[in-house]
Ligand binder design. Structure first.
Ligand code: CTP
Length: 398
């Protein structure tokens, strides 16, 4: 359930902060990505080094990273997260949240977050019971924050009562339950293709294209975050880390991609075909390196099998097939024809009109064409376009 989930853990100044490395370890072992933000006073209770070691990421604290002048982008951090959890939440941080204060990186990130923000208060029993704190809880609930009630037991002051942060395993269970409620694709198998294909000419040369694979990988990650079991069939792509929980099958040529897709399609509920498959391949592959003796040379090409169309032909009721299209004229009309002809449920039409969209860029603008709807997205990061595509798939499956 937590595979690939992005959890932003805010740690504020309370003795319970010493337990947070255990929580991070549980989350990371369950496949989640954890980004920690420490408040200044939290550093008295737990070190950034401990938390960066267990989370495998740098820990952020201030708006500017050390002496680098580089900005810790709270907007990006807020948008990155699938869940923000502040554990422990001190009385001071609680009060700041209730009033929308923004005087440190953690507060600014909470205001930028679009996902759920959960808080796990930890303080002495009288602070917890104080009217000001209880009023802050009421405000926070109204603002949509999720409050994890403090536990009853031994407190740092030596007294006993309500104010303890729940143990790491209890917080872990809370997070699991939170995501169970937000996994509409749980139990579904998804197949995604990404990247280019290389069609061999001879042992050292090939016909290929510039596809980076970024769009397909982003779709695979987004499907996994919504609970799907994802198999990514990709052509030669380099330098893009693929999360461990996504099963990968590396292929080189269009024929290899075709075989892998036809093998996995019957058992899949969803397929999103984002690969830039070479449309033509050499008729014959020379077994020896071709010498540059002739002044001119021609390579005879033959059309590659349209993998998407083949999958459309054997699509069963209930299976969802999504293709991409890149058109330069009569875009919507041609894309809609593709939807019908290839027996698709959704076409993602790439725009060539925008700088910053498509091949090699990290951003894209697309139009999502289903049988009864046409929706254009803004120009935005491919990860967000991927989320839009997956939201549309979920909508169409409902
Ligand atoms: N595709 C495929 N196998 C191929 C070629 C394309 O599976 N041999 C898939 C791509 O992954 C993508 C869609 O088909 O989802 C892209 O189609 P596109 O290349 O835009 O259009 P074509 O169908 O090739 O038609 P045209 O030549 O008119 O562009």
């Amino acid at each position: 359930m937590l595979q690939g989930k992005r959890i932003l853990l805010g740690v504020s100044g309370s003795i319970a902060a010493y337990k947070t490395p255990l929580l991070v370890r549980l989350l990371v072992n369950a496949g989640a990505e954890v980004q920690v933000i420490l408040s200044e006073s939290a550093k008295d209770f737990v070190t950034p080094l401990t938390l960066s070691t267990v989370s495998n990421r740098p820990v952020f604290s201030a708006f500017v990273k050390n002496d680098t002048g580089e900005w810790a982008n709270h907007v990006e951090l807020g948008l990155w997260a699938d869940l923000v959890l502040i554990a422990p939440t001190s009385a001071n941080t609680l009060a700041k949240l209730a009033h929308g204060l923004c005087d440190n990186l953690l507060m600014a990130t909470c205001l930028s977050a679009r996902c759920a923000v959960a808080i796990s208060p930890a303080m002495d029993l009288d602070m917890y019971a104080h009217k000001a704190t209880q009023t802050n809880f009421e405000k926070l609930e109204k603002l949509g924050y999720k409050i994890i009630p403090a536990a009853n037991g031994e407190l740092a002051s030596g007294m006993s009562g309500i104010g303890r942060m729940p143990e790491p395993d209890e917080l872990f269970t809370y997070i699991q339950k939170h995501f169970e409620a937000d996994a509409p694709l749980s139990g579904k198998k998804a197949l995604v293709t990404a990247g280019p294909t290389y069609e061999a000419i001879d042992p050292v040369r090939f016909i290929g294209n510039y596809s980076s694979g970024k769009m397909g990988i982003a779709v695979a990650e987004s499907l996994a975050r919504k609970g799907a079991e994802v198999t990514l069939i990709h052509g030669p792509i380099a330098g893009i880390p693929i999360p461990k929980h996504i099963k990968t099958i590396a292929v080189t040529s269009s024929n290899e991609m075709l075989d892998a897709c036809l093998k996995h399609w019957p058992e899949s509920n969803i397929a999103v075909m984002a690969a830039a498959v070479a449309d033509y391949r050499p008729v014959a592959v020379s077994t020896e390196k071709i010498k540059k003796t002739a002044a001119e040379m021609n390579i005879a090409l033959i059309k590659s099998t349209d993998i998407l169309a083949e999958m459309g032909k054997c699509k069963k009721p209930g299976q969802m097939l999504v293709g991409f299209a890149l058109e330069t004229e009569n875009e919507l009309e041609n894309a809609r024809k593709k939807l019908e002809k290839k027996n698709l449920d959704l076409v993602v039409l790439n725009s060539l009109r925008d700088t910053g969209a498509g091949f090699g860029y990290d951003t894209n603008r697309v139009t999502l064409l289903a049988h009864n709807t046409t929706e254009e997205t803004a120009l935005k990061p491919k990860t967000e376009i991927a989320d839009d595509i997956v939201e549309k798939i979920i909508q169409l499956l409902a």
